[in-house]
Ligand binder design. Structure first.
Ligand SMILES: C[S@@+](CC[C@H](N)C(=O)[O-])C[C@H]1O[C@@H](n2cnc3c(N)ncnc32)[C@H](O)[C@@H]1O
Length: 368
């Protein structure tokens, strides 16, 4: 079976590294996501273990398609009855490159028709559409006269780990936090600090990675566990896999600390960490008090950009001053506002282009 794990912009390389490290076969670098080969249980394992992947898709078919009718025919040929019965629900999402010359809504409608018509031909009835919580999520990608049909194995996107009880004002997606940690070059044993930790996403993801906790273990279920072909034997196999992963948790952990100015958001971080089964230290501390203490640490943070949270020049100057005090530390910042890089005025050791939602960001890595 062929799988495709979707990646946020700029995270493809680290996602490929992660999937290779996890032992997935033929994972290779590709723009937008990483394909790999395996059995259904490998797709399931990717849902449980990938920290960086956004969704795990199963490739159902790929063929040439020049017109909307060709897309319809390609989708009619899929044996949907294997995954979907009239008592279940489905949803369709599509991407049609502008060169296909079709309105994306029309493509979605056409795919829906093909699925419904094929089910009606087999069962005499069709499944309903449910956009909120469908049993089966179908994704169709149409570009350069090729159409690829996928089933989304993850269901809800994988950044929804299941441990988050609440967010702060501008929480990071867990998948982006995991990508930042890998791009920072963290060795998982150096002590780590997020001095603007908000609801704690970076420190929690760091602790899960360092402790070898599979990030999908808090999810009640994934999309494929609602498909018609998900048998009791497969459910048993999943429960064994979840058990193996629970037993794989490491005992030793580096010191991981979160600070923030806001007392309330720190309570949120504590609740989220506890829900993930972690005992992490969170403390109120303004940036201006952050100082080196003789231990080499990684500082990692996403400071406010001035989009969702206020970002004054004074705040950026405080952060720049803090960075200059941290001799011997490694510093990794997700910067969405060029004023911060100017204020720091050091040459980054590495620089990566990422996106936080719709905001273009740079991940800057410094050796101070
Ligand atoms: C963009 S948010 C971080 C979000 C966080 N990564 C998360 O996932 O929830 C920035 C955080 O910086 C904190 N902050 C702003 N000024 C600060 C200061 N001078 N010292 C410490 N924290 C500050 C805010 O309270 C806010 O929680």
């Amino acid at each position: 079976m062929e799988f495709y794990v979707t990646a946020g912009p700029g995270t493809e390389g680290v996602l490929r590294d992660e999937l290779c490290e996890l032992g997935f076969r033929s994972a290779r670098l590709n723009h937008g996501g990483i394909p790999f080969l395996g059995d259904w249980i490998d797709g399931a394992r990717a849902c449980l273990q990938s920290r960086i992947g956004q969704r795990v898709m199963l490739v159902l078919g790929r063929t040439s398609a020049r017109t909307l009718e060709d897309v319809y025919e390609a989708c009619r040929e899929v044996e949907w009855q294997e995954f979907l019965t009239p008592s279940q629900t489905f949803a369709v999402a599509t991407y049609a490159h502008e060169s296909c010359g079709e309105n994306p809504n029309m493509v979605t409608l056409k795919v829906k028709d093909a699925v419904a018509d094929q089910c009606r031909a087999v069962f005499g009835a069709r499944p309903n559409v449910d956009r909120e919580s469908p049993d089966v999520r179908i994704f169709v990608y149409w570009a350069r006269e090729r159409v690829t049909i996928y089933l989304d194995m993850s269901g809800e996107p994988l950044f929804k780990r299941g441990y988050r009880q609440s967010g702060g004002e501008a929480p990071l997606k867990e998948t982006l936090a995991a990508a930042m940690l890998r791009l920072s070059g963290w060795d998982r044993s150096t002590p780590l600090v997020d001095p603007m930790c908000g609801s704690g996403t970076l420190v929690i993801e760091a602790a899960l990675w360092a402790g070898n906790h599979a990030p999908g273990l808090w999810r009640k279920r994934f999309g494929f566990e609602r498909w018609a072909n998900f048998t009791p034997e497969m459910a048993q196999r999943m429960s064994r896999l979840r058990g193996e992963m629970r037993r794989g948790v490491a005992g030793q952990m580096p010191r991981i600390t979160g600070f923030d100015l806001d007392e309330e958001v720190l309570k949120t971080a504590q609740v989220n960490a506890q829900a993930a089964g972690l005992r992490l230290s969170f403390r109120r501390m303004p940036l201006r008090e952050l100082a080196a203490d003789g231990t080499r640490r990684l500082l990692i943070a996403n400071p406010p950009y001035g989009v969702r949270l206020d970002a004054s020049n004074q705040l950026y100057q405080e952060l720049a001053n803090a960075v200059h005090r941290l001799h011997g530390w490694r510093v990794c910042l997700l910067v969405g506002n060029p004023r911060l890089q100017q204020a720091i005025h050091l040459k980054p050791e590495a620089e990566y282009a990422l996106k936080n939602g719709s905001i273009d960001c740079k991940l800057l890595v410094y050796e101070v």
